[in-house]
Each structure stands twice: as structure tokens, then as C-alpha cells.
Design a protein around this ligand. Structure first.
Ligand code: ZN
Ligand code: FE
Length: 254
């Protein structure tokens, strides 16, 4: 088993397992216990569970995993998540045996209590930042989501982006509509298509790659959003207006 492993679940979810120096792993967003129990049968030891947000495809396996480990379940302060042992709030630093300290970031937008976890090497972004995309705004405003994405974009370029869904190739179609010419994205796509062809995840990505290729992290550069201008018939003045328009367009993009 590698240090960072994505267990496929449901249609397109990943449950990330991150192994520490003592051999036990942090498991992130176990929406389904099945794949995790399979990994446990193959030697996975769970040190802790991290939850990013309350959606069932991220928490559905929690109760069935309860008996398989003695560590804690970390998650946001949120009534809709049963089974959290330790509330993780913005700015908290989590000391998990065998791991570097994890920093907790509040990243509202997809849901109001969504959090992310990073030890600077990896980022568990849940449904906030995807490779070449971002989460839908179910409970937050575009302003909140943009601020959340800005926080994630400040992480070091080589931080590995571990998000929860295999949306990369479909996100790439939208990215190409927004920014028709982007050689960095072309290179990324070549790599991803090869990985998917062999049944491997497109992930993890890296923050630096996303800053170069993900339209939702490029609202600072109107010149990179020529497709948006064409779609709307004008270029919105502010980056918030550009982000808002991009997100609304993506919601109905097929
Ligand atoms: Zn979600
Ligand atoms: Fe999800």
C-alpha cells in the first residue's frame, strides 16, 4: 500500500487513506464503510477519521467503522453529522500520532460548515476544490466560496490536492469552454486520460497545477476567461462577478 491511497466508493467518490510513519492511517470522508472494511481486512489500520462535511456520501460509513479502531473521528461543528468525537474548527492544529500537524481551514460554500485539512504536503478538500473545478454552492454564497478557494490557493504549489470526487475529465470540458487555449491544461489532460484509461484515479492533483488550469482559481485574470466573455456577451468587472458567473454557467453546462 502506498502512503496515499484513494479507495473508490459509489459512482465517483474516493475515500482517501493517508498512512503515517507508525503505519496507521487517517481515513477521510468514509461515505461507504464497504471499501474501508475491505482495506482493513487487507491490513489497513485506522488511526483517525477526518470528515469534511455532512453530506451522506462523506459520512455514511461512519457508524459501521466505529468498532474497527480506537482513535477519534474529527469533523466540523455540525448537528447533521452524528458520531463526531472531536470538533475541528478553523485554525485548529490536530496532532495525530505518526503525522505532521494538520491544520483545519473553514471553507464554507458547498455547505456552510465545510472544513478542509492540510499538513502542507496534502490537502483534503472534500467537495470544495476539485481538480479543474469546484463544488456546487448548496448552502453558501459565491463570495464565501471564492474566499474559501482563495485560502486553498495560498497553500504551497506542490501540496497534493486530494478531493473527494472523480470529476476531473468532465470538469476539463468546462475548463476548455472557459479557456480554450491553455497548454498547461493540455499537458495535464494527457496525463489524466492515460491514468483513467488504466483505471487509475486522476488524483491527487497539485495546488500549483490547479492555479494554472482550474478556471475557478483564475478569476483574477479576465484574459484567461475568454469563453466566459463569449458566453455572457461581456466580461464581468469584478473577480467576484466573474466567479459568480462561472459557477452559474457550470451549474447548467452539459
Ligand atoms: Zn458534498
Ligand atoms: Fe460529495
Amino acid at each position: 500500500m502506498t502512503v496515499l491511497q484513494a479507495l473508490p466508493a459509489f459512482e465517483d467518490n474516493y475515500i482517501w487513506c493517508y498512512r503515517g510513519s507508525e503505519g496507521a492511517s487517517i481515513v477521510v470522508d468514509p461515505g461507504d464503510a464497504g471499501p474501508v472494511l475491505g482495506a482493513v481486512a487487507n491490513g489497513l489500520r485506522i488511526e483517525a477519521i477526518f470528515i469534511t462535511h455532512h453530506h451522506n456520501d462523506h459520512i455514511g460509513g461512519l457508524s459501521a467503522l466505529r468498532g474497527t479502531f480506537t482513535g477519534a473521528v474529527f469533523g466540523p461543528e455540525e448537528d447533521r453529522i452524528p458520531g463526531i468525537d472531536c470538533i475541528a474548527s478553523n485554525g485548529d492544529v490536530l496532532q495525530i500520532p505518526g503525522f505532521q500537524p494538520f491544520h483545519v481551514l473553514a471553507v464554507p460554500g458547498h455547505t456552510r460548515s465545510h472544513i478542509a485539512y492540510t499538513d502542507r504536503d496534502v490537502l483534503f478538500s472534500g467537495d470544495t476544490l476539485f481538480s479543474l473545478g469546484c463544488g456546487r454552492l448548496f448552502e453558501g454564497s459565491p463570495e464565501q466560496m471564492l474566499a474559501s478557494l482563495d485560502r486553498l490557493a495560498e497553500l504551497p504549489d506542490d501540496t497534493l490536492l486530494c478531493c473527494t470526487h472523480e470529476y476531473t475529465l468532465s470538469n476539463a470540458r468546462f475548463a476548455a469552454a472557459v479557456e480554450p487555449i491553455n497548454p498547461d491544461r493540455d499537458r495535464l489532460l494527457e496525463d489524466i486520460q492515460a491514468r483513467r484509461l488504466h483505471g487509475r484515479p486522476s488524483l491527487p492533483s497539485r495546488i500549483g497545477i490547479e492555479k494554472a488550469c482550474n478556471p475557478f482559481l483564475r478569476t483574477d485574470f479576465p484574459e484567461s476567461l475568454s469563453g466566459l466573455k463569449q458566453y455572457l456577451g461581456f466580461m464581468p468587472e469584478s473577480r467576484l462577478a466573474r466567479f459568480t458567473a462561472l459557477r452559474a454557467w457550470k451549474d447548467q453546462f452539459r
